[in-house]
Design a protein around this ligand. Structure first.
Ligand SMILES: C[S@@+](CC[C@H](N)C(=O)[O-])C[C@H]1O[C@@H](n2cnc3c(N)ncnc32)[C@H](O)[C@@H]1O
Length: 326
């Protein structure tokens, strides 16, 4: 079992005084992640390739697994993003969160590290995490947090303007270009309250200063993603979507180039490690696409993230946007 899951047990006692609010409950019957979990798989819900467990949903292009190995990677990535951005969000919402009764939605919450941390930091506000996979915390979670199994590509069962703050992070691989523009952004905007804030963070799927191995790999990965109609540079596109919606004012953009590799400090070393883990998690789908053996691809990934990223000063560009709903 992942370390993150074990450590969550320690926080339960500290949370007993938190409040429960129910006014941002979904309007129709929705699954809370109680009926199944990655530990109790129901075969039709998942598919298994080379020992990794993937979701089994036809309308989703998401190529990463949803097993414990992946949940640990997402949890580690949460702490890396928090350190890189010097916090869990950039929007000017701290005071409102402190004052209480601020309703917050996190879309694609994964195993819930962002929601859990935010709920503990702001015990008077209320946090809802949704994810397409039943990988969210079930029993051990702050009292002011809720989790539901939901697909952002469907109509969300929340009322218009149900949330004061909607947050979505690192979902570039989850949607086709058209899904992002035509489903995700409108759904997020609909459930954001007038005067509320929408914040999105995305990382480009292509690197800056790639070495020769990474360049070759990126070219094939580009073909792999384009077959799925996934945007390679979602960061810059989100700005267009938000501006075009004409439903947000005061849109702010922040950009960070994240360095990779042990030569650039601990954070960059862990970032490269996390990318290597994410790349390996896609081997069951990507190796057959490349007509390569799993071992061969694994060796190339190690070479790229342990050696080459250092030699070529490789980095990746991350974007953060937030704006106020008109
Ligand atoms: C790369 S992880 C990011 C997790 C989290 N947002 C974070 O930054 O820590 C992407 C997450 O999105 C979820 N996901 C993929 N497609 C989704 C969809 N259509 N609706 C809701 N969640 C989705 C995946 O199950 C996965 O947990």
């Amino acid at each position: 079992m992942g370390e993150f899951y074990q450590s969550t047990k320690n926080i339960t006692n500290a949370l007993s005084s938190s409040l429960i609010h129910d006014d941002e409950q979904p309007t129709s019957k929705t699954k809370s992640p109680t009926s199944s979990s990655p530990l109790s798989p129901q075969s039709s819900q998942y598919r298994y390739i080379n020992g990794r467990q993937f979701h089994n949903l036809v309308d989703s292009v998401y190529p990463l697994p949803n097993d414990y190995q992946e949940l640990d990677r997402i949890s580690m990535q949460h702490f890396l993003y928090k350190a890189i951005w010097d916090g869990n969000f950039k929007a000017p919402i701290h005071r409102k969160l402190m004052a209480g009764d601020c309703k917050v939605l996190d879309v694609g919450c994964g195993p819930g590290p962002w929601v859990m941390e935010m709920a503990m930091t702001y015990p008077l506000s209320n946090f809802t995490g949704i994810d397409i996979s039943p990988i969210q915390p079930r029993d051990i979670k702050p009292r002011n947090s809720k989790f539901y199994e939901m697909n952002i590509l469907n109509d969300l069962p929340f009322k218009d303007g149900a949330f004061d703050f909607c947050h979505q992070r690192s979902m570039a691989l989850c949607f086709t270009r058209a899904q992002y523009a035509e489903k995700v952004i409108p759904n997020l905007l609909r459930v954001t309250k007038q005067g509320g804030i929408l914040e999105i963070m995305e990382v480009d799927l292509m690197f800056t200063n790639p070495g020769p191995l990474l360049k070759t790999m990126m070219s094939s990965y580009q073909d792999f993603l384009e077959k799925r109609e996934i945007d390679l540079f979602p960061g810059i596109r989100i700005k267009e979507y938000l501006e075009k919606s004409e439903q947000l004012k005061d849109i702010s953009q922040e950009i960070i180039d994240i360095p990779m590799g042990s030569d650039h400090g601990k954070l960059a070393e862990l970032m490269a490690e996390n990318y290597a883990t994410a790349s390996k998690a896609q081997i069951p789908l990507f190796a057959p696409f490349l007509k390569m053996s799993n071992e061969e691809l694994e060796n190339i990934i190690d070479q790229i993230y342990k050696v080459e990223v250092n030699e070529y000063n490789t980095s990746v560009r991350a974007y953060r946007y937030y704006g106020t709903k008109i």
